[in-house]
Ligand binder design. Structure first.
Ligand code: FEC
Length: 293
């Protein structure tokens, strides 16, 4: 029995197409869903071939198992919008006797609209029953930066770093999300010796308010107009192969690029690659070592 456990948190993905309405309702948090938006989402998941089983959650499970082996500590998966829920992961860790929990989100950049939501779910479930060590952000972690730098080093293509967009009002509210994203991009480009790069957002949702831009699809138009021929997409805001990568980049952006005569490739996502898992383990150890004895 260990007195420390890790709660490894991820966005979560519906296990099968039939789960999509409930999953989307969870994301919307009770706010109404336009039928055409639900149909569109079902079509995107169906196009990825997850009719009866979803390999996307399996990636998170593989990352969890590898992190547990690397750390020699119990690691529990908690999903923000699907099962296993963050609350179930907390209960499982406490049932096994954990008195300290490390909260780590599989998303490197802090926003009040993303990481703070994971933290609130974790704290509510914990209700003071154990000590919490929460990793707010790991966007400038040297291991993460070096990992991504190796993915883009030596390319002759124009590198486009991307991340999930969020409503644009967060910038006026002082949210660090965009600054952290740009810092990751700059650190990776510098470490890789890449001078020809830019940043764009992706995966904006139809919520009726302006989102942070430029969106990658518009950005591809601009790059083509500027005479760029080859693009390498490096999604710094995500770490695994999920809908936002496999649909938004591999289908939508790829289709736009093809129409513009651009050659578009993207880096392989970190997923459960041993070097990335070792980086996550270092982040957990660093967070634990910062706790006063
Ligand atoms: O593979 C999968 O099944 C799940 C992929 C997935 C990831 C992801 C990550 C982030 N999101 C973030 C913010 C928002 C905001 C809204 C929003 C909506 C959706 C919808 C789907 C979805 N997100 Fe997501 N997100 C993923 C999937 N996301 C599906 C709903 C349909 C749609 O709009 O396309 C808008 C909510 C609202 O309607 O009010 C805001 C952020 C991240 C990156 C950080 C993280 O991973 O937590 C930020 C993966």
């Amino acid at each position: 029995m260990s007195d420390t456990a890790v709660i490894l948190m991820a966005y979560g993905s519906p296990e099968r197409v039939a789960d999509v309405p409930a999953y989307y309702a969870d994301i919307r948090g009770g706010r109404p869903i336009a039928p055409e938006h639900l149909e569109d989402l079902v079509a995107r998941y169906r196009a990825l071939g997850i009719e009866d089983a979803n390999p996307l959650n399996a990636i998170t499970e593989a990352t969890r198992a590898a992190l547990q082996a690397e750390l020699g500590l119990p690691v529990f998966t908690g999903m923000k919008h699907w099962q296993p829920r963050i609350a179930a992961a907390v209960d499982a860790a406490l049932d096994q006797g954990a008195t300290t929990l490390v909260g780590l989100v599989l998303a490197p950049h802090y926003s009040r609209l993303s990481i703070a939501g994971y933290r609130a779910l974790l704290e509510d479930a914990l209700a003071g029953r154990a000590q919490l060590v929460f990793v707010e952000s790991w966007h400038d972690d040297p291991g993460f930066v070096a990992f991504l730098a190796d993915r883009v080093r030596g390319t002759s293509a124009h590198v486009v770093f991307t991340a999930h967009s969020l409503p644009a009002r967060i910038v006026d509210e002082g949210d660090p999300y965009r600054d952290q994203l740009l810092e990751t991009a700059r650190l990776v480009a510098d470490a890789a010796g890449v001078a020809d790069w830019s940043f764009s957002f992706q995966s904006e949702s139809p919520t009726g308010e302006p989102w942070l831009g430029p969106d990658i699809l518009d950005h591809l138009d601009e790059l083509a107009a500027a005479g760029v021929g080859d693009v390498l997409v490096c999604p710094v805001g995500f770490v695994s192969d999920h809908l936002e990568i496999r649909w938004d980049i591999d289908n939508e952006a790829q289709e736009r690029a093809a129409g513009l005569g651009l050659r578009l490739e993207r880096i392989e996502m970190p997923n459960d690659e041993p070097r990335f898992v070792a980086t996550l383990a270092d982040i957990v150890r660093g967070a634990l070592s910062a706790v006063p004895a």
